[in-house]
Design a protein around this ligand. Structure first.
Ligand code: PXL
Length: 290
């Protein structure tokens, strides 16, 4: 039978306030026409960048939830993981991928752990090794530059030239993923742009995409980027078009928010941008990295 609604298993935390993880994954993938089955890794009052956050780790509950899904014989077109509640969850998610995926399943691991050179507040150092092992099972990985450096055991760079970017992407592909993507790239030739780069190991091509920098930072933009990328690849877009749509959507969400005064940087006004996910790609700005 044709699947009337492709289905995504979304393995992320639920943060009540401060747009990130499931509160962006679900609206984005639903708007793009997918059924999202959420497997929450933790429940938080807010994301971990807001002082005083409370976290309820669901590590001990995950096996029971997964067993129930197995008993129901659920099938997924994509498995997409992000923030984990503990380092122990990485092997549970790896088992989930082994048990629920087929060669056709799109497996996306966003190794959410760190940004700006530092681990997030709730992250134990052993998360780096565990998340790196989990990433080996993915087709697509979407670390930011800090996470990529931690995964590869390299210094977090201030600046990279194009040949260094290719070397970083190849090193990530050597871990396992056929489509490594690096976000928040400090590319020396594009200092005024917010840039992402990707490698398609299957055809040996490297891609760059991006948009002009907006002079602000919002939380959760990495989750927004990876969610649109997952949806776009699942809709059948090529890797560079999927990169471009994701950059375009992040830029629109930032721009609709940035125009207001008096908002805090934890809340991106996602609903004001969601309808643009239906817009066709009219102007793609991706470049081949030769
Ligand atoms: O956006 C990544 C993210 C996801 N979930 C939680 C976070 C963060 C980043 O800070 O704290 C709970």
């Amino acid at each position: 039978m044709i699947n009337p609604l492709p289905r995504v298993a979304a393995i992320h935390d639920l943060s009540g306030y401060g747009r990130c993880s499931l509160t962006v994954v679900i609206p984005i993938l639903s708007t793009m026409g997918f059924e999202v089955c959420a497997l929450p890794t933790a429940i938080l009052s807010t994301h971990t960048a807001i002082k005083g956050f409370k976290i309820f780790d669901l590590t001990d509950q995950l096996p029971g939830f997964i067993e129930h899904w197995k008993a129901l014989n659920l099938r997924f077109d994509a498995i997409y993981s992000g923030f984990l509640g503990s380092a122990r969850q990485a092997s549970m998610v790896a088992d989930f991928i082994r048990d629920f995926s087929t060669p056709e399943t799109l497996v996306v691991v966003d190794p959410v752990m760190a940004d700006f050179g530092e681990l997030y507040a709730s992250m134990p150092p052993e998360m780096i090794g565990e998340m790196t092992s989990l990433s080996r099972l993915a087709k697509v990985v979407t670390p930011n530059i800090t996470e990529a450096a931690f995964m590869l055991g390299r210094e977090v760079p201030q600046s990279l030239d194009e040949s260094q970017v290719k070397d970083w992407l190849k090193a990530l592909a050597d871990l396992g993923p056929a489509y490594p993507v690096i976000t928040s790239l400090p590319l020396s030739t594009k200092k005024d742009r917010s840039t992402v780069a990707a490698y398609n190991r299957e055809d040996g091509r490297f891609w760059l995409a991006g948009r002009p920098q907006v002079p602000t930072q919002y939380h959760g933009t990495g989750d927004i980027f990876s969610s649109v990328l997952t949806g776009s690849l699942l809709q059948g877009d090529s890797l560079p078009i999927a990169l471009d749509r994701s950059c375009q959507f992040v830029a629109s969400a930032i721009q609709v928010t940035f125009g207001y005064s008096g908002l805090d940087h934890h809340e991106i006004l996602l609903e004001r941008a969601l309808n643009t996910l239906h817009a066709p790609v009219t102007y793609a700005s991706y470049e081949l990295l030769a």
